[in-house]
Every structure is written in structure tokens, then in C-alpha cells.
Ligand binder design. Structure first.
Ligand SMILES: C[S@@+](CC[C@H](N)C(=O)[O-])C[C@H]1O[C@@H](n2cnc3c(N)ncnc32)[C@H](O)[C@@H]1O
Length: 458
């Protein structure tokens, strides 16, 4: 089923299911009627919403939308017929498509605010596929830095793909167990986000979880893993830093109880987010919940905590030996005003701003790719074509109209008067590379970035 298809209506209606749900909610009391409505809603699929890139106006979208009340950059499509992930505007990076529930953590982070995350060094400890990380990167506005950590290797390509779509170069990916990362980078972050692996009860409606998500065993297993991850998160944070915790599950043991545990064992104060008061949890301060039967989304939990100013020693690092680029980049890019810092593997070259934290190369496995090697030949990377407002800019660009953009996004060659590597732009937004020769541009869009069934432009 596609990300934006219509709700399903298979219901879970036997009494034992109600009992399991009630047990999972623990101290959170719902009246009998509300519990019924909640259980019914667990089998109803909610449509995804769009989260706008901050410079995109809702009025410019090619379909009518209504605002999501808890996150100013979130909008629902007015019509059930709209398929937001089939639009040219999506291909051009104007928005991200996700469940409205996942915007709660971004609201707790205040990622929509103009300056809250600017200049911050942020760790997204459980980052793939990047629903939060991409929003954080946009909120950094070409300042600060994001370390997106994802220990499950098979989930990293999607994360890298989504981070590249932001056009930012202020990120790196690490693939470490949180405890090992905390040993290396103690006290290095202003903000740590833990969007924790959980029993995923909110995914029941998407058929991405089975009823076992409600079993006490599954909840206990998830809760003890969350506790370990949170313990690492507290060590990654600098004194006075902010910890945002979120899940897509309803069990109190994985939500409020985790926050209660942190408040009891560490010097944290819950942060009150005034705009989230309508969603405040009834059992713990500073915790917020969305419910599928109340809020037209799959449901989620989020909390934001501020660490006390008690000091402990953050790790210090010596500067790295400069990594020499194995390929000359100025054949494709204008010389950057401030030289970038490079790191890489045999077949990939990554470039981050020179003011990125000095520890990046010690933990990063990937980052903003600028070139990759096939056989003996280095080529400019797709991610580098997508960069916006960073130090590297491509030497050649060409603008295309709707029709040519759709042709390019399908993977087909397009007419190109320039020779050599050229970035294709649609209404000022970069789409990818062509290599021009004798009037035609050979398409270098990676398969994962192609769109074969775009909606017809209106
Ligand atoms: C709820 S998902 C994160 C979703 C992501 N933040 C987003 O917004 O797209 C939880 C992630 O944690 C990862 N994970 C699993 N075990 C982990 C662990 N022990 N430490 C950190 N992350 C883990 C999973 O692979 C998964 O990608």
C-alpha cells in the first residue's frame, strides 16, 4: 500500500483486546466510551500529512491543505484523492510526507521556530529513515551540525537519501550502539533526540505491527531497551542541554514511565511547551500525547527535558590530520569560499563545512557525498547536485519547465545545450545531474530518486 492511500476498516473488537489495551495504558485512564473509540481507531488508517520545507508557503502547494494544529509546518491534504508523494513539488523537495503523529516530537523540539535550533549541535540517536532528522537539518538553517545515528545497517541508505534531499551539508551519519557513542562523545551535544525503537502500537493501523505489540513481554522488552538508550543519551548531552524523547506507542511503560525514571535519577526539568498544552499527558508533567481517536493520526508520545547546569567534563579532541580529496572537485564545482573538510571511503568522498565539530570524522561512516567512484572514474554525487546554500555550488546549471522536469525525473535523457556535468533545476530547486553532449543530457538520476508516475501538472 502506498504511503498516502485511504484508511482501512478491519476492527479488533473482542474483549481480550480491550483488556490488553487497558493494561498497556497502565495509569492512563480512559472512560469506557473513550476506550471503545480508541480501540476502534486502532484499526483505522489515517492519511499522511505533508511537512513543508520552511521557506515553502502552503499557498504554493499544488493541492489544497489545512493546517495540522500542533505543528505549524504540517498540513493535511484537503482531498482524499491527493497523492502528495506523486507531485512534482515533492520531487523538488518542497515537503516531506509523514504521519501527523511524528510531528509531535518536532513540536516538542520547537523545530518550526526560527531560531531555537540555530547553531546547535544535535544528535538524533535513532535516526532512520530521517523523518525527524530532515526537519532538524532544515531547522539548523546552514548553522550548527547534526549527527544522525542509526545502528541498523539496512536502514542507513534511506536515511542518507532523505538527508541529502534537504540540500544541507551540516550532517554526518554514525552507525553505533548508543552506549559506545556516548563513550566517545560524552557531553558533546546541545540537543539529543531519542525517537526510540518501541513496541509500535501506533503502527497497528498501518498493518506494520501485529497484536503482539500489546503483549506485556514486548512492552517490557522495548522499555528496557529504551532505558539503555536514554542512559546513553544523558551522557551525550552537555550540561544545560535538551533531551527530546518520543515514541509511536501508547504503553505508559515506554512513555511517561521512562520520563519519570529520568526525572528521578538525573538533574532534568520537564520543559513546558505552551502550544502543546491541549495534548498534555494526564500523568507526568512535560509529556505530550496524540491519540488516533482524538487527533486524526496514528498516535505518538513526546517529551522535552532540560538538563541542569551541573558540570561534568566533556570529551576534548585534537584536530584531525586533513584528509586530501582523491579527486579535483573544481572540474564540477565553483571553488568554495571557505574550504570544506573531507572524509571518505574507497568509493565515496564526503565534504562537511570547516567549522563542523572536530570529532565528526571519528564516528562518521557517511555524510554529504560530493563524489563517488565507479571503477577508476570519479563522478559528482547526486547529493552534491541537491545542495542548497552550502559552500559547494555546481559550475553549470540549466532550468527546465514542468514537462521537462517530469521527463528528467522519469530517468529519461533531456535536451541540454551545455557540455559536461550540469545540474537540472526546476523553478530554482535542484533535481540532479545530466551530462551534456551534442545537445542531449544523459540522465544521472539514481534509480531511488526517480518518479515514474507523477501527477499531471495543473
Ligand atoms: C522509531 S524509529 C526512528 C524513526 C526516525 N527517528 C524518523 O523520524 O524517521 C527507531 C529507530 O531506532 C533504531 N534502533 C534500533 N535499535 C536501536 C538501538 N539499540 N539504539 C539506537 N537506535 C536503535 C531502529 O533501527 C529505527 O531506525
Amino acid at each position: 500500500m502506498s504511503a498516502d492511500s485511504t484508511p482501512q476498516n478491519e476492527s479488533f473488537d473482542d474483549g481480550s483486546f480491550h483488556d490488553l489495551v487497558g493494561e498497556a495504558l497502565g495509569p492512563i485512564h480512559l472512560s469506557a466510551d473513550e476506550l471503545d473509540a480508541f480501540v476502534t481507531s486502532l484499526s483505522r488508517r489515517h492519511r499522511n500529512v505533508v511537512r513543508l520545507r520552511r521557506e515553502v508557503a502552503a499557498e504554493s502547494l499544488p493541492f489544497p491543505v489545512v493546517p495540522v494544529p500542533w505543528y505549524p509546518l504540517g498540513y493535511r491534504c484537503e482531498s482524499d484523492q491527493t497523492r502528495p508523494s506523486k507531485e512534482l513539488a515533492f520531487a523538488a523537495g518542497d515537503y516531506y510526507v509523514q504521519d501527523a503523529g511524528s510531528l509531535l516530537a518536532l513540536a516538542a523540539l520547537q523545530a518550526d521556530q526560527p531560531d531555537v535550533l540555530k547553531h546547535q549541535v544535535v544528535c538524533d540517536l535513532c535516526a532512520a529513515p530521517g523523518g525527524k532528522a530532515t526537519a532538524i537539518l532544515e531547522a539548523l538553517q546552514n548553522t550548527g551540525f547534526l549527527l544522525a545515528n542509526e545502528p541498523i545497517r539496512s536502514r542507513v541508505p534511506a536515511l542518507l537519501h532523505n538527508l541529502a534531499r534537504t540540500g544541507s551539508d551540516r550532517f554526518a551519519i554514525s552507525q553505533m550502539d548508543p552506549d559506545d557513542l556516548a563513550k566517545k562523545l560524552t557531553g558533546c551535544f546541545d540537543v539529543v533526540v531519542v525517537d526510540a525503537p518501541c513496541s509500535g502500537q501506533a503502527l497497528l493501523s498501518r498493518k506494520r505491527q501485529s497484536i503482539s505489540a500489546l503483549s506485556p513481554h514486548q512492552i517490557e522488552h522495548s522499555a528496557s531497551r529504551q532505558q539503555r538508550i536514554l542512559s546513553a543519551a544523558t551522557r551525550l548531552l552537555r550540561p544545560g542541554g535538551k533531551l527530546v524523547y518520543s515514541t509511536c506507542t501508547f504503553a505508559a511503560a515506554e512513555n511517561e514511565a521512562q520520563i519519570d525514571g529520568l526525572l528521578a535519577s538525573h538533574d532534568f526539568t520537564p520543559e513546558t511547551i505552551p502550544s502543546l498544552q491541549p495534548y498534555a499527558s494526564t500523568v507526568t508533567n512535560g509529556c505530550y500525547r496524540l491519540w488516533p481517536h482524538r487527533d486524526e493520526c496514528a498516535g505518538s508520545f513526546a517529551a522535552s527535558l532540560i538538563h541542569g547546569e551541573t558540570s561534568w567534563s566533556a570529551k576534548t579532541f585534537r584536530s584531525n590530520k586533513p584528509y586530501k580529496s582523491p579527486v579535483s572537485l573544481n572540474q564540477w564545482f565553483n571553488e568554495p569560499a571557505a574550504p570544506d573538510r573531507y572524509f571518505g571511503s574507497d568509493s565515496s568522498l564526503y565534504a562537511i563545512p570547516s567549522d563542523a565539530p572536530v570529532w565528526v570524522e571519528r564516528v562518521a561512516t557517511q555524510g554529504p557525498e560530493v563524489a563517488h567512484r565507479t571503477g577508476k572514474v570519479w563522478k559528482p554525487a547526486h547529493a552534491a547536485a541537491l545542495r542548497r546554500g552550502t559552500s559547494l555550488s555546481s559550475r553549470q546549471t540549466m532550468d527546465v519547465d514542468d514537462e521537462m522536469a517530469a521527463q528528467y525525473l522519469s530517468g529519461a535523457p533531456i535536451p541540454c545545450s551545455d557540455r559536461g556535468w550540469t545540474v537540472v533545476q526546476y523553478q530554482g530547486r535542484p533535481l540532479g545531474w545530466v551530462k551534456g553532449d551534442r545537445g542531449m543530457g544523459k540522465n544521472h538520476l539514481p534509480t531511488a530518486s526517480r518518479f515514474t508516475q507523477l501527477a499531471t501538472p495543473r
